[in-house]
Design a protein around this ligand. Sequence first.
Ligand code: TYD
Length: 139
Amino acid sequence: MKNIEIINFEIKGDSRGSLISIENLKNIPFDIKRIYYIFNTLDDVIRGKHAHKKLEQVLICLSGSCYIDLDTGIEKTSFLLDSPQKGLYIKDMVWREMRNFSSNTVLLVLASDFYNENDYIRNYESFILETNKLNGKNS
Ligand code: TYD
């Protein structure tokens, strides 16, 4: 789907356990400028509810699980993030909502730029207007 991909990280495993290494512009397709993580989220909470005008992110559920609902303005899809081996790569202009956090969930987010509130679209109707413009629709 446009602006959404799954990245499968290679596990450097041996008899002691597992290790995944993350490297700028190698297994992450952009230069990482910011890292944040979401934890202690209650299972009835919905986070996100925004899109970014120009930002690339990779979401990795290091522990526990959560669902990520994505909407490009044209198509909608959902992903269950339940493995530290799976990265959800999201580019510009994708509305995202995160829900059903299990009690031990730690959601790691790698981002291509610093935090900038001006890059957020936090109103769904504004998001649809913007995506319609980008897709050459009038309404
Ligand atoms: P918010 O965007 O509401 O989080 P989510 O997308 O998970 O629902 O962010 C929560 C607060 O943290 C808000 O006040 C903005 C702030 N924040 C930062 O200061 N830096 C960051 O990198 C992020 C992602 C959020």
